[in-house]
Design a protein around this ligand. Structure first.
Ligand SMILES: NC(=O)c1ccc[n+]([C@@H]2O[C@H](COP(=O)([O-])OP(=O)(O)OC[C@H]3O[C@@H](n4cnc5c(N)ncnc54)[C@H](O)[C@@H]3O)[C@@H](O)[C@H]2O)c1
Length: 273
């Protein structure tokens, strides 16, 4: 499925670690839709991951940047504008990490140094990315910036831990920066609240399999896959969504508005369940 809807557009894609990453699928589809872009990730992820394979497939350059480091981000935006031959039309922020989750500290027993690190990587980096682009005036008029979120920002998923707070801030940053970028350059900023997806970040959350099954059973359309998330993201980069901004857009097969379904009720009422 390719309609060249990103023809002539230039982008920066954060967060492709391996071929399961949502950002990886976005890069593949953006390439098929005619976009040119730079791939970026933290230096350690570039060493550990397989991004060079994706760069080859999509004919794109890789520029390292720790998304918490303003010098790296400034370098990334100025080099990308040079590399791509003009200002940027779209940015994907597909970044998340909680040290408390990694270390197995529950929500009520956080190590606050870990909390601050996770907040910086998962939430504040979204602001930093936009502030770097803003300061360099690197975005084109009617550009589009997308971050990826999860419904734990609104509802409790008991093991999602401090990532729930990080996602709530991420969504708030989309609204607040969306206002300023809209007024200044007609740039839109949105988050997509995606279904549980089997990736390195997703499957790192304790109980991921159960969250996955629960939402898949409850959602009338079932969970959205990484490829489907990429297709939705592409639509937000395209000119078909120019007036969509400051939104948190649920991409979850209807899960977010469900209460109970016939299937879930039957499961719940099974003897001994
Ligand atoms: N997988 C899910 O179930 C799910 C559901 C909803 C939302 N999301 C969100 O989607 C986004 C992408 O995650 P994914 O599921 O594709 O997993 P992933 O592990 O493939 O991607 C996470 C990326 O964040 C990058 N990253 C971490 N620290 C960084 C830093 N300091 N600077 C730059 N990059 C850094 C990693 O290198 C990795 O590429 C995340 O924001 C995640 O929270 C995931």
């Amino acid at each position: 499925m390719s309609h060249n809807i990103l023809k002539g557009k230039r982008g920066i894609i954060f967060g492709a670690l391996d071929n399961k990453s949502i950002a990886w699928k976005v890069a593949q589809q953006a390439h098929l839709e005619g976009a040119k872009f730079v791939l970026t990730n933290a230096p350690i992820a570039l060493r550990m991951g397989t991004i060079d394979q994706l760069a080859k497939e999509t004919n794109s350059k890789v520029i390292a940047a720790d998304a918490t480091n303003m010098d790296d981000l400034n370098n990334l935006f100025s080099e990308s504008v040079k590399e791509l031959g003009g200002k940027i039309d779209f940015v994907l922020h597909s970044i998340g990490m909680s040290v408390n989750v990694r270390k197995g500290n529950p929500y009520f027993a956080q190590n606050y140094d870990y909390t601050m690190k996770g907040f910086d990587v998962s939430a504040l980096s979204f602001h930093k990315v936009m502030q770097a682009a803003w300061n360099l005036d690197a975005m084109n008029e009617w550009g589009s910036i997308v971050g990826l979120s999860y419904i734990a920002a609104q509802r409790v998923f008991h093991t999602y831990n401090d990532m729930a707070d990080n996602k709530a801030v991420l969504e708030s940053i989309a609204r607040s920066f969306g206002y300023h970028y809209g007024v200044r350059k007609n740039v839109r900023v949105n988050t997509i609240s995606q279904s549980p997806t089997d990736t390195t970040a997703g499957s790192g959350v304790k109980g991921f399999d159960v969250f996955y099954k629960f939402s898949n059973d409850l959602a009338p359309l079932g969970n959205a896959s990484a490829d489907e998330c990429a297709a939705y993201t592409i639509s937000l980069f395209s000119d078909y969504t120019k007036k969509v901004t400051m939104q948190n857009l649920f991409h979850d097969g209807g899960f977010s508005f469900m209460g109970m379904s016939e299937e879930s009720m039957a499961n719940y009422m099974k003897p001994n369940s």
